[in-house]
Design a protein around this ligand. Structure first.
Ligand code: AMP
Length: 216
């Protein structure tokens, strides 16, 4: 059974690849960023502190580990995760990874895929990024434009630029990624479940590499 985590810098192609992996391998997709955005919109059940979450997100900072860990543990325990899952955006710190390793053995990660992408490429990708506020589909002005400019291909909603895709916040998110998320790579390399993939290739090349790894 596949229990996969995808690690990549912001704008590293995590969301795009996650959608393809989920489809191909029939995994339940858990994107912590999407969950937190849903909480902020008031669309997610539970008693999370919305103002606190909103604050961290708009500053480009990570939400405190314990909040994220509790949320993911609860999510992983739901029946739709029994056949495997795909984590997108979690873990983001070594603390989260360690806490997650303490769950029942049959729920632990089998694969961690790390998409590496150079800094300059990330900035360019993020600055041209547009998102559908209805279905969360992601587009890029240059590399993956919608069929009609400014409108979602899937449901026709007007695309928006995410609050945390503004330049100042992007720089902060990259810094947070370098200092807090990069140490995870060594953690999972030591655990021997890490595969590093060059994320600076075409969407389809990256996906075929991922397919190879997850089908082996
Ligand atoms: P993402 O869409 O994955 O880039 O996440 C957007 C924002 O949600 C991040 O900048 C964080 O503020 C928050 N977030 C998402 N996942 C996590 C996580 N695993 N740990 C802490 N904060 C997170």
């Amino acid at each position: 059974m596949l229990r996969v985590a995808l690690i990549a810098p912001p704008g590293g192609g995590k969301g795009t690849q996650a959608a393809m992996i989920k489809e191909h391998f029939h995994l339940t997709h858990i994107a912590t960023g999407d969950i937190f955005r849903a909480i902020v919109r008031g669309e997610y059940k539970g008693n999370a502190d919305v103002e606190m979450i909103k604050g961290y997100m708009s500053r480009g900072e990570l939400i405190p580990d314990q909040v994220v860990i509790d949320l993911v543990r609860e999510r992983i325990s739901q029946p739709d995760c029994a056949g495997g899952y795909l984590l997108d955006g979690f873990p983001r710190t070594v603390e989260q990874a360690k806490a997650f390793d303490r769950i029942e053995e049959d729920k632990r990660l089998t694969h961690v895929i790390y998409l590496s992408v150079p800094h300059e490429v990330i900035l360019e990708r993020l600055l041209g990024r547009w998102t559908c506020p209805t279905c969360q589909a992601v587009y890029h002005e240059k590399t993956h434009p919608p069929k009609v400019a400014g409108v979602c291909d899937v449901d026709g909603t007007k695309l928006i630029q995410r609050e945390d895709d503004k330049e100042e916040t992007i720089r902060k998110r990259l810094e947070v990624y370098e200092t807090q998320t990069m140490p995870l790579i060594a953690y999972y390399r030591d655990a021997k479940i890490l595969t590093e993939i060059d994320g600076n290739a075409t969407i389809y090349d990256v996906f075929s590499r991922i397919k190879e790894v997850l089908s082996a």
